[in-house]
Design a binder for this molecule. Structure first.
Ligand code: GDP
Length: 323
């Protein structure tokens, strides 16, 4: 989801800056001027490398307060937003400090006697290193936060979204595959080992997203731990409509009665989100009920169910609007 800059820890960052500094070159009319300019250039290259690298970290992290609610909910499980802000603040502080020190020493080296230049250069490098070392823990934390945030799934919170629920083996992934253009992709989703399957299709020139969430909406909510509940709560921000699939053939291995209880539990989890209930596998069993009927296997009824879902999406207004 996020293109986060790769972050160097303090020792690597200093290596990078000093490595570049050692390759600095300078011109001058005579030996003295060349020597002086080279000394200054080394400090400047080191300082500017540190400054621009640290600044890129600050700019590269997404503005966490502006994230759509779906992602904010997930980010809150993954990282402490308050602390992350402090770490970014520290990196920004260090960038500014490196710029100050660089400017200060470049000025002093421009005026000092030639014999004092090596000592001044060492002093400047010492000051720069100490600034970076002061934020070493912050850089470590940014490295960790980046690893955590990169696990966020590539789900577009702006697209109208259908979330499919129902017990395992009722045909959720078969349905998603049946309606999606192209092969649905599996996106990593924090706290579930199985990820989330994301499919897309177009209808009336609108791009719609359909999600299958193995492990999240396929068993009673009471059985979840806090983090799983938060992962489910994040889905509630995303879902414009839930498709709950029943398997009246019970070939999924769950009696219809248990499936109906799960339906109630899912409805309670997504208050305010319309739930369309459809009976799948009608090629096997065709119950006498008024519920929409579909077979993800043969394709029968799939378009009709999609129409029902899209009606609900449309009536909820533009996706991404505050609810
Ligand atoms: P999920 O766990 O809910 O995602 O279920 P799957 O989509 O993996 O389907 C479970 C099994 O049911 C698979 O063997 C599918 O081929 C089968 N299945 C899914 N939909 C239908 C259907 O409409 N009719 C029949 N006969 N089998 C189906």
């Amino acid at each position: 989801m996020f293109e986060l800059p790769s972050i160097l820890r303090a020792p690597e960052l200093l290596d990078k800056a000093l490595g570049r500094a050692s390759k600095a070159t300078a011109k001058g009319r005579d030996y003295e001027e060349r020597t002086r300019n080279l000394g200054i250039a080394k400090v400047q290259v080191a300082g500017h490398t540190l400054e621009s690298t640290l600044e890129a970290y600050v700019k590269g992290f997404p503005s966490l307060d502006k994230l759509p609610p779906f992602y904010r909910e997930l980010v809150d499980v993954l990282v402490d937003r308050g602390k992350l802000k402090k770490h970014l603040g520290a990196a920004g502080w260090a960038a500014g400090k490196c710029a100050d020190v660089t400017r200060d020493y470049a000025r002093r080296m421009g005026r000092a006697p030639l014999k004092d230049l090596p000592a001044l250069r060492r002093e400047a490098v010492g000051r720069l290193s100490s600034i970076v070392n002061q934020v070493s823990k912050d850089l470590d934390a940014l490295v960790e936060a980046r690893i955590a945030l990169r696990r966020l799934p590539s789900i577009d919170p702006e697209l109208p979204t259908i979330v499919v629920a129902g017990y395992p083996n009722v045909g959720k992934s078969a349905f998603v595959a049946a309606v999606s253009t192209g092969k649905p992709k599996v996106a990593e989703y924090p706290f579930t080992t199985q990820g989330v399957t994301v499919g897309h299709f177009e209808r009336d020139r609108r791009r719609i997203q359909i999600l299958d969430t193995p492990g999240l909406l396929d068993r009673p909510m009471e059985k979840r731990n806090k983090i799983e509940r938060q992962a489910v709560a994040a889905l509630a921000h995303l879902a414009d409509v839930v498709l709950f699939l029943l398997d009246p053939s019970e070939t999924c291995g769950f009696p219809l009665e248990a499936q109906m209880r799960l339906l109630e539990s899912v409805q309670a989890t997504f208050p305010g989100v319309p739930v369309v209930v459809a009976e799948n596998k009608v090629d096997l069993v065709r119950p006498e009920s008024t519920r929409p009927k579909v077979s993800a296997l043969t394709g029968e009824g799939v378009l009709e169910v999609l129409d029902l879902l899209l009606e609900k999406v449309t009536s909820r207004g533009p996706a991404g609007a505050p609810r």
